[in-house]
Ligand binder design. Structure first.
Ligand code: HXC
Length: 508
């Protein structure tokens, strides 16, 4: 028995060594941790249980029969994050560049299936060179099996991808289907085809970073939901995010003990809105002052900054916050901000996370660039997402709520449950100046100034909407936390279902 146990230990330590000391050193020299070191940081100490440590590929071409490494380039299994179950896979770049063989794919599919059956999130750590070039079509089949599982699990369990090195070719589409993608600055990049293929096909000279670094995806394309300084920060932040999320759509989001009184008044909010309605202010200040302990996990903080999305807690329970940001493009809704917020709203609705919407929006962005880019369809995504959402929806209009954007931003008309406004709210078809320039086109400049003042006095307030019941109450800014907390408490028992359908047809 002793020999058998020694043999087991020998095999285990061989598997743990991955591609060997030289390649591990090279990994560290690039500022990256190994697949196993990453899992140690992601999961609670000692909680990781590995599956399939002894799996090997079955390829024979190009001398592969003689090159086998236990585990075959991906470490899979499960563990806990702050005591809550998660399934994981972590690509091992030291083994064939983390590339995907059919055996490697089977390992990932196994944890995906388990996660779905059990009802727990799955987190994938990516650091790989795409399909195993020596293996051919079996790798492609393996990718498709993974994509299918990603798709089936969408909306059932949270799926999180962290890009911590190369993520090329077939590797990009699994993260793309998951709920959140995070990148590590400077060591990670994502693209469908790399610089060599780009050079051949389009004659463009481009670096990995220029083609798919975090600056591309977390700032411009919106493919990534955030970027962190290094592996440690990325994994620590993923742990923080998981704390906000339910394990699956069968469970309520986690609630924890709250040490921040829901009765807390914030007198400073009474002066948040500047006297001049065209002056910006920081909507994040409102968010941080309203949520528990100013703890806010922002999604895509560097992309479409005119809208803010993220998770927070009120009275210990998770909420999704969506807020226009007057500091960026006056908080206007454009293509990128509509897509960003629509995706977030749908995630919250799928996982039963109540929505708190803070509105200060001058409308949709005008212009040929936006219209040619399909603002109508993309703007409709956010409208659709809010309208179909059946989770509790609490809305507060702080200042502007103009035109179609008023309807879109979780208004009463699309089933907002509790809709508040501050006394500074202006709920109208459009801003006063633009409005009088249209309806009094032929009047002199002096007359227009007078008309603008009239229009403002008539419409630039919350009371017209409140008189029709479109706003449930006009509240004092300092009482915002208390009122939102009360509203959410009142909505805990909300039951609302949409008509039966196979699935909807959101304007993609
Ligand atoms: C087999 C691979 C590999 C791959 C890397 N390696 N990619 N082995 N298949 N796809 C191996 C290398 O041979 C090397 O082995 C080790 O991993 C490290 O690779 P390096 O090139 O030395 O590392 P680096 O300089 O950091 O470059 C990383 C890289 C590069 C940019 C990812 O390796 C690369 O371009 N790889 C190929 C990417 C690619 O074209 N993949 C196929 C995509 S097509 P040794 O033994 O020296 O350590 C695809 C289609 C699927 O994925 C579509 C499904 C929908």
């Amino acid at each position: 028995m002793k020999e058998i146990l020694e043999e087991l230990e020998r095999r285990r330590s061989e598997a743990r060594a991955g591609g060997g000391g030289r390649r591990i050193d090279a990994q560290h020299a690039k500022g990256k941790l190994t697949a196993r070191e990453r899992l140690d940081l992601l999961l609670d100490e000692g909680s990781f249980e590995e599956f399939d440590m002894f799996v090997e590929h079955r390829a024979v071409d190009f001398g592969m029969a003689e090159q086998k490494i236990s585990g075959d380039g991906v470490v899979t299994g499960w563990g806990t994050i702050n005591g809550r179950l998660v399934f994981v896979f972590s690509k091992d770049f030291t083994v064939f560049g983390g590339s995907l063989s059919n055996a490697h794919a089977r390992k990932i599919v196994k944890v995906q299936e388990q996660a779905l059956k059990v009802g727990a999130p799955i987190i994938g750590l990516f650091d790989a060179g795409g399909a195993r070039i020596q293996e051919g079509v079996d790798g492609l089949a393996g990718y498709a099996d993974i994509f299918l599982q990603n798709t089936l699990a969408s909306g059932v369990i949270p799926q999180i991808s962290v890009i911590m090195g190369p993520c090329a070719g077939g590797d990009v589409y699994s993260p793309a289907i998951t709920d959140f993608i995070f990148m590590v600055k400077d060591t990670s990049y994502m693209y469908v085809t790399g610089p060599d293929v780009v050079r051949t096909v389009t004659h463009e000279e481009v670096t990995h970073e220029e083609l798919g670094g975090y600056r591309v995806h977390a700032l411009k394309s919106g493919v990534a939901d955030g970027a962190f300084e290094n592996d440690l920060e990325a994994l620590t932040q993923v742990r923080r995010l998981v704390d906000f999320l339910p394990l699956s759509n069968r469970e309520k989001p986690p609630a924890r003990e709250c040490h921040d009184s829901p009765e807390r008044n914030e007198p400073s909010l009474d002066t948040l809105i500047p006297a001049n309605p065209n002056k910006p202010y920081d909507m994040k200040e409102l968010i941080l002052k309203v949520v528990d302990e100013a703890d806010f996990f922002e999604i895509s903080p560097d992309y479409a900054k005119n809208i803010i999305c993220g998770f927070a807690r009120i009275e210990g329970a998770t909420v999704g916050v969506v807020a226009n940001q007057p500091q960026v493009l006056a908080g206007v809704l454009d293509i990128d901000s509509s897509r960003k917020a629509a995706r977030f709203v749908r995630f919250c609705d799928a996982f039963d996370i109540p929505l708190v919407t803070l509105v200060d929006v001058p409308g949709f962005m005008p212009g040929t660039k936006q219209e040619q880019g399909g603002l109508i369809r993309h703007g409709a995504k956010l409208l659709f997402a809010y309208a179909e959402a059946t989770v509790p929806k609490v809305t507060l209009i702080t200042r502007k709520a103009y035109g179609g954007a008023y309807d879109v931003m979780s208004s009463k008309h699309i089933r907002g449950d509790v809709n508040y406004a501050w006394p500074s709210a202006e709920i109208a078809v459009m801003g006063s100046k633009g409005a009088v320039e249209i309806i009094f086109r032929n009047q002199t400049q002096e007359e227009l100034v007078e008309r603008e003042a009239e229009y403002k006095a008539r419409f630039a307030n919350p009371f017209v909407a409140a008189s029709r019941g479109y706003i449930d109450d006009v509240i004092s800014p300092h009482s915002t936390r208390r009122r939102i907390a009360r509203a959410l408490r009142n909505l805990r028992g909300k039951v609302l279902t949409n008509p039966w359908k196979k699935h909807d047809n959101i304007p993609l």
